[in-house]
Design a protein around this ligand. Structure first.
Ligand code: ASP
Length: 279
């Protein structure tokens, strides 16, 4: 049985009032991920993230927050441990599922990160369907402001393959053009043979620390996923006074979750059981 962990963002907003809805969405994401896991860890992680991108509860895809000028600019990425293959997009304004665009960048293989108009052009050339940017920004304006968590997933499949997928609208009110950790390999996501990690929170902090690369390095040094997640968040606080959270899976299929932000929603399922933030 695979191990799949998902998160719905970390931050200062008290999201406990929406706990039942958030838990139900994370469960749906785990379910979609498990259904897709026969295809491998990447399929599982992407399927889980897609469900959350389509849910306006979360700051990704359809539910993304607005920039300082009232637009929507989405970042997303995927990575697999085998061959350190990765793909990412930044500043996407016209795709509701940028994680699919990121996957297409990885599969194409020429580049690891495409931004803005070039990412859109690439997506269209790959046969992915763009949407009117006004529809994404309109959906964002309808949010009540109390929600909005980045989404991510890490998976180790039955064959031992490891993958991560992440998607976000970035930080609310960000300057147009800002690119966060979720599009930057090693910062907001990373996968290598020792495990996979996905971050959420104040992206600039994870960029400075190259946080997810660091978490996987801790796994490679012999830590299990929970110990590495705890240590990474300690370092985030100690080194850059950072705020956020991280989900990790190690090569043995053990999950780990840690955060120093007041709130983080997450859930995981393994052969040995399951757990979620509200238990
Ligand atoms: N890390 C994301 C970013 O800074 C935001 C988040 O996780 O809520 O773009």
């Amino acid at each position: 049985m695979p191990t799949l962990a998902v998160h719905g963002g970390a931050g200062r907003l008290d999201r406990r009032a929406r706990r039942a809805e958030i838990d139900a969405a994370l469960e749906r994401a785990l379910g979609a991920g498990f259904d897709a896991a026969g295809g491998g860890a990447l399929d599982a992680a992407v399927a889980a993230v897609r469900v959350l991108e389509d849910d306006p509860l979360f700051n990704a895809g359809t539910g993304a927050v607005l920039t300082a000028t009232g637009g929507v600019e989405l970042d997303a990425a995927v990575m697999v441990a085998a061959g350190l293959r990765t793909g990412a997009v930044a500043g996407v304004i016209d795709f509701a599922n940028p994680v699919e665009l990121a996957r297409a960048v990885m599969e194409d293989g020429r580049h690891v990160l495409l931004s803005g108009a070039g990412a859109s052009r690439f997506g269209i050339d790959c046969g992915l369907a763009p949407i009117d940017p006004a529809r994404l920004a309109g959906a964002a304006r309808r949010q009540d402001g109390s929600l909005g968590g980045t989404v991510g997933a890490v998976c180790r499949d039955d064959r031992g393959a490891l993958a991560v997928a992440v998607s976000t609208g970035g930080t609310a009110g960000k300057l147009p053009g800002r690119v966060g950790d979720s599009a930057l390999c090693g910062a907001g996501f990373y996968a290598d043979l020792a495990g996979a990690a996905c971050a959420t929170g104040h992206g600039e902090d994870f960029v400075r620390l190259v946080g997810c690369r660091r978490a996987v390095e801790l796994l490679a040094g012999g830590m299990d996923a929970q110990t590495a997640a705890d240590r990474l968040i300690e370092e985030l606080e100690a080194r850059v006074n950072g705020l956020g959270g991280i989900i990790v899976v190690d090569s043995a299929g053990r999950p780990g979750v840690a955060h120093n932000a007041p709130y983080m929603s997450w859930a995981w399922r393994t052969a040995g059981g399951s757990a979620r933030w509200s238990d």
